[in-house]
Each structure stands twice: as structure tokens, then as C-alpha cells.
Ligand binder design. Structure first.
Ligand SMILES: NC(=O)c1ccc[n+]([C@@H]2O[C@H](COP(=O)([O-])OP(=O)(O)OC[C@H]3O[C@@H](n4cnc5c(N)ncnc54)[C@H](OP(=O)(O)O)[C@@H]3O)[C@@H](O)[C@H]2O)c1
Length: 229
């Protein structure tokens, strides 16, 4: 989703910094993002950061960002029945989905200009939980509460959340493996939209939240109607 957002913002002339833990994955993303014609190269920066490590997030402060969007999740071990769910996996989910956005708010949110915004990424599991995803559901719900609180504390900087439904991203290669196409087809048949989401569906919604100066403390559901079925 982060990659799709960066691509959309670069296409529309913005300056973009992408962040993640892996230098190699950032280099690949950089290549992919400037590939269309190379014209965006001067407007794209990469920064290696673990969103759960305070010194690394704090080191980003001082850059003149207008908006910061967090899409990070480390979901390794996060889809497991309770008896097999390790505390380490639970902490990793909470660190990436709750503590990370909170650290971003603490070190970057306070420095954003009026009209700037934070956008976090929760997920439909907060509303349509499934067995084995207890910590993901918990984190998504808590993140939305965090955003409402921060919308007051950081005002006039706006704080919003996009809550995606099932979206075809690399996370599903791990979650579903060879069963991905089958599971997506079954979900598509249930959804009012008749399809699962694309990363650009989410990127488009994030841009809408960044652009609209009268939206704050809001959760925008981009889930194909998943909450209703
Ligand atoms: N895909 C879905 O169907 C779906 C549905 C509902 C909600 N969501 C939520 O949407 C968000 C984006 O999901 P996605 O599908 O785009 O996931 P993804 O493809 O797995 O991407 C997650 C990104 O997070 C980065 N990341 C992980 N841990 C990090 C850390 N500690 N610090 C910094 N970056 C970190 C990863 O890069 P590195 O590993 O290189 O750091 C990766 O670029 C997540 O919050 C997810 O829970 C997804």
C-alpha cells in the first residue's frame, strides 16, 4: 500500500520519502518507483527506519514533511490460534501498528505545518474479526482510538485512519500462499463490490484524507463493504 501511495504521489508531482527497515527492499522500491521515465528520481528519497525504534523515528524529525502516512505492519506469527500465538508475535504487531504510529505522532506529528496530516492504516479485522487474528483486530481498533485522541492533541494538524478490507498486497503471499487466488475469489463473491481491493484503492483514499482540510479524527473504510457481509 505504501508503494502504491508513493507511486500515486510521484505521478502527481509531489516530493516523497519512503521508509522501511530493509535497505535492499527500499532500493528495489526506489527503482520500481522511478522506472516509468526516471523523471521522479529527484523527488524521491528513501530512509531506513524501524518504526518501533524511537531513536530511528526521532532522527527523521526536522525534515519538512507536510503529511506522514504509516502503513507498516510486521505480521509474522500474527495469524495463529491463541495456544500457538507467541507473546513475541503479539508484541511485534502492537509495536508496528500502535507504538510506531504513536512514535511518528510524537516526533513528526508535532512538527507538521497547519494543514498537514497524519494518516494511519487500521483494517477491517477490527470490525469483522476472524479466529486467529486476535492481535491484528486489537491493534486495528486501538489505532483508531489513538487517531481520535491525537486529532485533538495535535490540532490543527489532522489525524485520520484508512481501514482497508482485503487488498492484494505481498502480505497475502505469506498469509495465504498458494491458496491466495482461491481465497480472494471467495471474498470477492461475498463483497458488494464484487472484488477485493487493489493497493491503489487504498492510496487514493489516503490522498483524499491528506487533501481534505476539514477531515480529522475520522476512519475511512475502504473495504469493498466487508463490514456489511
Ligand atoms: N493487505 C491487506 O489485505 C490488509 C487488510 C487490512 C489492513 N491491512 C493493513 O494495511 C497496512 C499495509 O499492509 P500491506 O498489505 O501493504 O502490508 P505489506 O505489503 O506487508 O507492507 C508492510 C510494510 O511495512 C514495512 N514494515 C514492517 N515492519 C516495519 C517496521 N518495524 N518499521 C518500518 N517499516 C516496517 C515493510 O517493509 P520492511 O519489511 O522492509 O520494513 C513493508 O513495506 C498494514 O497496517 C496492514 O495491517 C492490510
Amino acid at each position: 500500500m505504501g508503494l502504491a501511495l508513493a507511486a500515486r504521489l510521484l505521478r502527481t508531482g509531489h516530493r516523497v520519502t519512503i521508509a522501511g527497515r530493509s535497505a535492499a527492499r527500499l532500493a528495489t522500491a526506489h527503482q520500481e518507483l522511478i522506472a516509468p521515465d526516471g523523471a521522479a528520481a529527484g523527488r524521491l528519497a528513501t530512509v531506513q527506519v524501524d518504526v518501533g525504534v524511537e531513536e530511528q523515528v526521532a532522527a527523521l524529525a526536522g525534515a519538512p514533511y507536510d503529511h506522514v502516512v504509516v502503513t507498516a505492519v510486521d505480521a509474522v506469527g500474527a495469524y495463529a490460534p491463541l495456544p500457538a500465538f507467541t507473546v513475541e508475535a503479539a508484541r511485534t504487531v502492537l509495536t508496528t501498528k500502535i507504538l510506531g504510529p504513536w512514535l511518528v505522532a510524537k516526533h513528526l506529528g508535532t512538527a507538521l505545518p497547519a494543514g498537514g496530516s497524519l494518516v494511519f492504516t487500521s483494517g477491517a479485522a477490527a470490525y469483522r474479526p476472524g479466529p486467529g487474528a486476535s492481535m491484528i483486530a486489537t491493534a486495528n481498533g486501538a489505532l483508531e482510538s489513538l487517531a481520535r485522541s491525537l486529532a485533538l492533541e495535535l490540532a490543527p494538524v489532522r489525524v485520520n485512519v484508512v481501514s482497508p478490507g482485503w487488498v492484494d498486497t505481498p502480505i497475502w503471499d505469506t498469509l495465504a500462499g498458494d491458496a491466495k487466488d482461491e481465497r480472494f475469489a471467495a471474498m470477492a463473491a461475498r463483497l458488494p463490490t464484487g472484488r477485493v481491493g487493489t493497493p491503489d484503492d487504498i492510496a487514493q483514499a489516503m490522498v483524499a484524507l491528506m487533501d481534505n482540510g476539514f477531515i480529522t479524527g475520522t476512519v475511512l473504510h475502504v473495504d469493498g463493504g466487508h463490514r456489511l457481509v
